[in-house]
Structure formats: C-alpha cells, structure tokens
Design a binder for this molecule. Structure first.
Ligand SMILES: C[S@@+](CC[C@H](N)C(=O)[O-])C[C@H]1O[C@@H](n2cnc3c(N)ncnc32)[C@H](O)[C@@H]1O
Length: 291
C-alpha cells in the first residue's frame, strides 16, 4: 500500500492524539511498514480510509491495534545499568534512612511509567531483593504501566525468550530469579508479586496514582512533542513525594523545564528530585499508590 502526503498528515494527527507520538513527514516508511496489515485486514485501500474509520467509527479495538503497531517497545533488563546502580547504592539506602522513625519505615512506592514488556520493573525488583533479602516482608509496590496492551500482557506473564534474557540478565540473577520453561524463562512468583501492571496513557491525567518514592520514565518522552513532554514531566513531579526521585533515559535531560526539578548525580547516574514548592504532600501510611 502506498503512502501519500495526505496519508502521512492524517495518520500523524491520529497517532499524536492517541498516544502523543510525533511522526513527521519523513515517517511514511514507518506508517507503511507498521500499519499496512491493519489497513488491509480492516478492508481499507488507503491509510486515509483507515484514518476516517478510526476517527468516525470511534473503534476502540482498532485504536488499540494502531497504538500497539506504532509504539516502539525496545527495552532490556538493567537498561543503561547506572540507574539501577544508583537505586541500589544511593536511592534506596537514602530512602530507608529518611523513612526510619516515620509511621511507615518499610513502605516503598515505585512507578515504572512506560514499562514496555516488563524488563524495567522486574530489574527494579531484583535490585530490591539484592539489597533487602526480606523485601517480600516490606510494604513494597511497584506500579508498572504502558499504553500498549500487548506489551502489558507480556509483561504481566513474566515470560522471556533466551534472546530477551541475553539482553542484560546476568547468569547469577537468572539462576536466582527465574524458572526454566520449555520455550524460555519465567520470573519467579516472588518477583512477579511485587509488580502490578496497568494500561495507562501518559497523556491522560494521573488519577489515583502516587505519591511515589521513585519514578522511572525513560525513553518514552523522546517520541513526544515538546509540549507533551513538558506537560508529562511536570505532572510526574506532582506524583512524587517531596523526597522522591525521578529517572529519565540516558539521552534525556530535564534542565530546560525550569526549577520544578533539581538534577543530582551519583557516580555516572543523573536523576532528578522535585524542588520543594508545589511538590506532592507527604504520603499517608494507608493510602494506596497506583492500585
Ligand atoms: C522504548 S520503550 C521504553 C521502555 C522502558 N522504559 C525502557 O527505557 O527500556 C517506550 C514505551 O513507551 C510506551 N508508550 C508510548 N507512548 C505512550 C503513552 N502515551 N503512554 C504510555 N506509554 C507509552 C510504548 O508502548 C513503549 O512500550
């Protein structure tokens, strides 16, 4: 199926509205490679026809298929390494110190926003178990969210192929936290049990989410427009506790967003903490965080 400049215009607008991903006029090849099958299965002979079908029939199943096809779910275990080292050697120990003597000294709330197929939140759990062998007895919840139904489905199954395991997983961690299955590996229940997966569109208001001690929001805002990216990080700031931590991707920086975030460095890892004014209120012990 050929892609006309009108097709690129209308499909880009649709994709931007559905998930915030910006497709410029050079992305005709991406529309063609990722959406041709859906267009054909839907009986459309052009991409503009597909656009009108989604827009005016308001077909949610079709919208979901388009989101699944257009999103890039690239991820791996312990991606970039340094955020997980900072978590283990600085962030969690500091949070434990800060919480000592409070009403909820063993409570941690973490959000992996745009978690793709789950490697990021499961890597977090492994860091926690390495640091706190009795983590299962702590009050820890990791909320892991993504817009892609297919990604969330795979993530919550916790099943990975040999190839996915070979991307970032050490043999020592593999032996400790996974069970062998005929077609690959499955994370153990004690790892899976700390994570709650949900479908969340980061463009929409964060109703009932937070406050969080740590948020990872990595390698998703790079696909957004400057306005959507700015709005996302400012809203994320409001989901953090006043002493919370935000990690972004290794190619991302928040220094252009003004005083809402202060950058901090631990070894080779940069992370951000909210500046005091306007930050989320201290968490109440019994309040839920994302579930
Ligand atoms: C490249 S992956 C990043 C995964 C992981 N955070 C990492 O850094 O390895 C980007 C993810 O963002 C998700 N995504 C794209 N737009 C989104 C949106 N509007 N809301 C939530 N997730 C979105 C995609 O489905 C995809 O799984």
């Amino acid at each position: 199926m050929e892609v006309s400049s009108e097709d690129i215009k209308v499909i880009s607008r649709l994709v931007d509205d559905l998930c915030g991903i910006v497709l410029d006029e050079t992305k005709g090849y991406l529309i063609k490679s990722r959406l041709t099958r859906i267009a054909e299965e839907t009986g459309c002979s052009t991409f503009s026809e597909l656009y009108y079908k989604v827009r005016y029939a308001n077909d949610k199943t079709l919208q979901t298929k388009i989101i699944d096809a257009i999103t890039t779910n690239e991820t791996l275990f312990f991606r970039d390494t340094t955020p997980f080292e900072a978590m283990r050697h600085k962030v969690i120990p500091d949070l434990i110190d800060e919480k000592a003597g409070t009403a909820c000294p063993r409570r941690l709330r973490i959000w992996s926003a745009a978690c793709s197929t789950g490697q990021e939140p499961y890597s977090m759990v492994m860091v926690l178990y390495e640091l706190l062998p009795d983590a299962a007895r702590w009050d820890i919840q990791i909320t892991a969210t993504d817009i892609s139904d297919t990604a969330i489905r795979q993530a919550s199954l916790g099943r990975y192929s040999d190839m996915e395991i070979n991307r970032g997983m050490t043999s020592q961690m593999l032996a400790k936290y996974f069970n062998r299955e005929p077609s690959g590996w499955k994370v153990k229940d004690e790892v899976r049990g700390l994570v709650a997966f949900r479908r969340i569109n980061l463009l929409e208001p964060f109703v009932g989410l937070g406050p969080f001690d740590i948020v990872f929001c990595r390698n998703v805002a790079i696909y957004f427009s400057p306005e959507a990216r700015r709005s996302l990080f400012l809203r994320l700031a409001d989901t953090l506790t006043p002493s919370g931590y935000l990690f972004v991707g290794s190619s991302e920086s928040l220094t252009d967003l003004g005083p809402r975030f202060a950058p901090h460095q631990h070894c080779r890892s940069i992370f951000y903490r909210p500046n005091k004014s306007g930050a989320a209120a201290p968490q109440a012990c019994l309040a839920g965080a994302g579930r």
